[in-house]
Design a protein around this ligand. Structure first.
Ligand code: F6R
Length: 365
């Protein structure tokens, strides 16, 4: 049932070209630069009247929410708030009839997320569920939804559900932006970038062996830092969470420029620092952060997209991912980070599919 893979987690990582494709199937209209989301269940007028969005989730799903926030704010110009589901209910949140509450959950059963959705509903928001498990409680109780269609995720560490969540958020953003003021050309550009993802993910997976070598080098580390900016700050948080939960190595994700406000004190030659640095709009900024880390002798593992003269000799390890539009870069950056966490955990003898103290679906508050 693991399809020849030693663990469900590895199988699920390798399924991503297909699962990402499945999330888009029948929904992406390339010629029109548009997306069709049959389950949204919101009349167009009502969707256009939405003046604020709250996205609520836990864990990995909360990380995809942060990426969604950036996408929606950039392309739809609607204010978005991301809330941990467990915090949302207890702070008298501002919800109006023009609030759309997006709820993200792989399982559709997470107790805190379900409770947050019920609270948003009670306060008059319209709810939209991004859920993987068909017929789960959140999927049954939301007003409308976008199923992820990633197939069953068995490994406790979420991988393929995460990339599908980000794709679903991009499809939603595309739809809303095009209904508002995004041009057909820009819509097409995003649609085409989405359509290329499966093949790009496959090209990364074909080079998994390179990541396994990096894992061998760093498997004995007791701390890791993950740095990213813009769309890849949430990818840094997610990379750190993957490593923590399955290898039990302490790891933290930071927006790269926050380093100098404290965490840089942690850096010495024993500290591996994973820097997510695709060639996007904040690339120049992150290269200077990389130099700050290198000047303190940190070990740099960089995720990049092209040759960069200013970084020559500064990177201890470099893994290239294909280029895409800024908002989709965290999807491609996440794949090597999932693999890194996986290989390190396996090399440390950890039970990657069932890490200690964790359950696949957290049904207690
Ligand atoms: C991490 C992980 C958890 C879940 C979280 C929410 O790999 O799997 O952080 O993301 O428990 O679960 P769902 O998405 O099922 O609501």
């Amino acid at each position: 049932e693991r399809g020849g893979y030693p663990h469900f987690m590895l199988k699920e990582i390798f399924e991503q070209p297909t699962t990402v494709e499945n999330t888009m199937r029948g929904r992406l209209i390339l010629e029109e630069g548009f997306s069709k989301l049959g389950g949204l269940n919101i009349p167009k007028e009502e969707l256009l009247a939405v003046d604020n969005i709250i996205i609520t989730a836990c864990g990995t799903s909360w990380h995809s929410a942060l990426i969604g926030e950036m996408m929606i704010e950039e392309l739809c110009r609607i204010p978005v708030e991301v809330e941990y589901a467990s915090e949302f209910r207890y702070r008298n949140p501002i919800v109006t009839p023009r609030t759309l509450c997006i709820v993200i959950s792989q399982s559709g059963e997470t107790a805190d997320t379900l409770a947050a959705m019920r609270e948003a509903k009670r306060r008059g928001a319209r709810t939209l569920g991004l859920v993987n498990v068909v017929g789960s409680t959140i999927a049954r109780e939301d007003d409308g939804g976008i199923y992820l269609h990633a197939g069953p995720e068995i490994g406790v560490a979420s991988t393929k559900a995460f990339t599908s969540q980000v794709v679903a958020l991009a499809l939603f953003t595309l739809k809303l932006a095009r209904l508002r003021d995004m041009s057909v050309e820009r819509g097409r550009e995003l649609a085409q970038a989405l359509a290329k993802l499966p093949e790009q993910i496959q090209s990364i997976l074909d080079r998994a062996g390179e990541i396994e070598e990096v894992a061998e080098e760093f498997k004995r580390a007791s701390n890791f830092l993950y740095l990213g900016r813009g769309y890849n700050f949430p990818a840094a948080l997610e990379g750190a969470l993957k490593l923590k939960e399955i290898s039990y190595i302490h790891a933290e994700g930071y927006p790269a420029a926050e380093m100098k406000h404290g965490p840089i004190a942690l850096i010495d030659e024993m500290m591996p620092v994973v820097c997510i640095a695709p060639h996007d709009s904040v690339f120049d900024k992150i290269t200077s952060n990389i130099q700050e880390v290198k000047a303190r002798k940190g070990k740099i593992i960089a995720i990049t997209t092209r040759d960069e003269p200013s970084l020559a000799g500064k990177l201890d390890y470099e893994f290239r991912v294909p280029e895409t539009v800024d908002l989709l870069t965290p999807i491609l950056a996440s794949i090597p980070l999932q693999l890194l966490a996986y290989y390190i955990a396996v090399k440390r003898g950890c039970n990657v599919d069932q890490p200690r103290n964790l359950a696949k679906s957290v049904t207690v508050e």
